[in-house]
Design a protein around this ligand. Structure first.
Ligand code: BGC
Length: 250
């Protein structure tokens, strides 16, 4: 079965048709820069353009970098504040000519990893973190997602973790890998203490440089780094996969 998956990020909005049984993209990704400011109508226009590019009208899964419940946006850490209270399912479906299910971006990336990637066939408590402008999180117990965890906003020494060790912070502050790893390690240690996970899966820009920071981590838990290619596609795949299952009510 094919669904369109669209991943809304801070800098780009990307989409592709997805085979939701195998997790494969059925065409090359199409990307349009995220409008600035990222106002709801401007973003919805881009979502519509992506569906048009694939000549697609049908059920669509869309990721959004915020708390999303039944398509309504409840937070706006790194997007325009006018999103709060918007029913994104309704807004986007009027642009794509089919039903739309909007889900949190890290939940989508996490489910793609659990079904088709690094977490495949793994049981227990698994925490997926995506490092980008912010830090996204998804937690699974035996493959089942607890949606809308916001571990990027866990306080580390009084400050949101994503303000200490996101990819953006590392770049903006020009931190060495060693200095950044110290913050990131402290964050992982805090998550370990709170959740006793069996596995961390880490995705995002830094995943391409795993060799530079893995040696500095002091975690006891196994850490798997997501390959860059899957990371680029995980949001799209997970959005389509979750849209199918949400529409079916399972
Ligand atoms: C948001 C999350 C999102 C994460 C990654 C955080 O600032 O609060 O909802 O998953 O960034 O985009």
């Amino acid at each position: 079965m094919t669904l369109l998956g669209i991943d809304i990020g801070g800098t780009g909005i990307k989409g592709a048709p997805v085979n939701v049984e195998t997790g494969e993209l059925l065409a090359e990704r199409f990307r349009i820069p995220t409008p600035q400011p990222s106002l709801p109508n401007a973003v919805a226009d881009v979502v519509g353009q992506i569906a048009d590019h694939f000549n697609y009208k049908g059920p669509t899964g869309v990721t959004f970098p915020a708390i999303v419940k039944k398509g309504v946006i409840y937070s706006a850490a790194n997007v325009d504040k006018t999103w709060i209270g918007t029913n994104a399912n309704e807004l986007f479906s009027s642009h794509v000519g089919g039903s739309v299910e909007v889900v949190n971006d890290a939940d989508a990336a996490g489910i793609a990893e659990m079904r088709f990637g690094a977490g495949r066939d793994r049981e227990g408590v698994i925490i997926m973190l995506t490092l980008g402008t912010g830090i996204g999180s998804a937690i699974f117990l035996d493959g089942k997602l607890l949606p809308n965890t916001e571990f990027g906003h866990l306080k580390i020494r009084g400050k949101d973790a994503e303000k200490r060790c996101s990819e953006k912070v590392r770049e903006d502050k020009d931190l060495t890998w060693k200095a950044w790893s110290k913050h990131f390690s402290q964050y992982l240690n805090e998550l370990e203490l709170l959740f006793s996970p069996d596995l961390f899966i880490i995705g995002g820009g830094a995943s391409k440089k795993a060799a530079k920071f893995l040696p500095f981590l002091t975690t006891k838990t196994e850490v798997l780094i997501v390959p860059a290619q899957m990371q680029n596609e995980a949001g799209i795949i997970g959005a389509a996969y979750l849209a199918k299952h949400l529409a079916e009510g399972n």
